[in-house]
Write a new protein. Structure first.
Length: 282
């Protein structure tokens, strides 16, 4: 355990204006830092692939009616299966979205949006959060970083970034049939050993009981990223936090018994938690 407090919280890219529950995690971490000192680490899980994560809910400035905005996607494969750090910003999306935003946000927010530039969705969201002042004094650890992946511990349950139809997709690795949990009990180290990849299965979940099975291929730790159930152990092996700020949803699946050295702290409550946060200091 670190001698100096390391206060961590994690989140996928969650809207080009961040969802309010993420901002509540920032606020909780900063409050805790004033009480105990130490540093704050934002574990940015940009390896996730779910396009719903970046839905941005804004309310009309006059009517108060909610609108759900999101990024445009280059194609179906990228939208459904590519990790967020590889979902490309489609030409014209930013200018088109910028024309809608005056109905929903103040001028300062619009300026930040228009001046943010990035090639992919995860970078765009992170730069927006930075320009909004949310990341000041905070260390960001990204699950897509090859160095982080290489340094992380082996986990029994994981995804692998592999090529498919001209894109890189986040495919579930398993040893048994698609959709099974037979990966458990086999570590990443074993599965990336000689010949192991050829005996496993890569699958993409289409929905329900439908899966796409991909050809077996060799892979390394730099392509591996954790599942929801293995994420805490994987993250902790590189972050070594002493305190973790958890949202209400996280508490339902975080395996706290795997990290007894961590003090878990509930994030502060915030109203309209799923809506976008659009308050930027001048």
């Amino acid at each position: 355990m670190s001698a100096v407090p390391v206060i961590c919280f994690g989140q996928q890219p969650c809207g080009f204006f961040p969802k309010r529950f993420l901002v509540a995690k920032f606020q909780t971490a900063r409050r805790l830092q004033t009480e105990i000192g130490g540093e704050i680490v934002f574990f940015y899980h940009d390896s996730d692939h779910d396009p719903r994560e970046t839905q941005t809910i804004l309310r009309h400035r006059k009517t108060g009616e909610p609108a759900q905005l999101n990024f445009a996607f280059a194609n179906r494969v990228q939208r459904k299966f590519s990790p967020l750090y590889l979902k490309r910003i489609v030409p014209g999306w930013q200018s088109k979205t910028g024309l809608q935003l005056p109905n929903y946000v103040e001028r300062r927010c619009l300026e930040v949006f228009k001046t943010t530039s990035a090639e992919n969705i995860a970078d765009f969201c992170l730069e927006m959060y930075r320009h909004m002042g949310l990341l000041e004094g905070i260390r960001v650890v990204r699950s897509s970083d090859p160095a982080i992946r290489q340094a992380a511990c082996d986990v029994p349950d994981f995804f692998v970034d592999v090529p498919y139809e001209g894109e890189i997709v986040r495919a579930r690795f398993s040893i048994g049939a698609p959709g099974s949990d037979s990966t458990r009990g086999e570590t990443a180290e074993k599965q990336t050993g000689p010949g192991a990849a050829a005996s496993g299965i890569f699958t993409l979940h289409e929905g329900g009981n439908s899966f796409i099975t991909l050809p077996a291929a060799a892979f390394t730790k730099k392509q591996i990223n954790p599942t929801r159930d293995s994420r805490l152990r994987w993250m902790q092996s590189v972050v070594h936090c002493t305190h973790y700020v958890a949202g209400a949803g996280e508490k339902a699946y975080l395996r706290q018994e795997e990290a007894p050295e961590i003090t878990f702290v509930s994030r502060d409550t915030i109203d309209r938690s799923d809506e976008a946060y659009t308050e930027i200091p001048n």
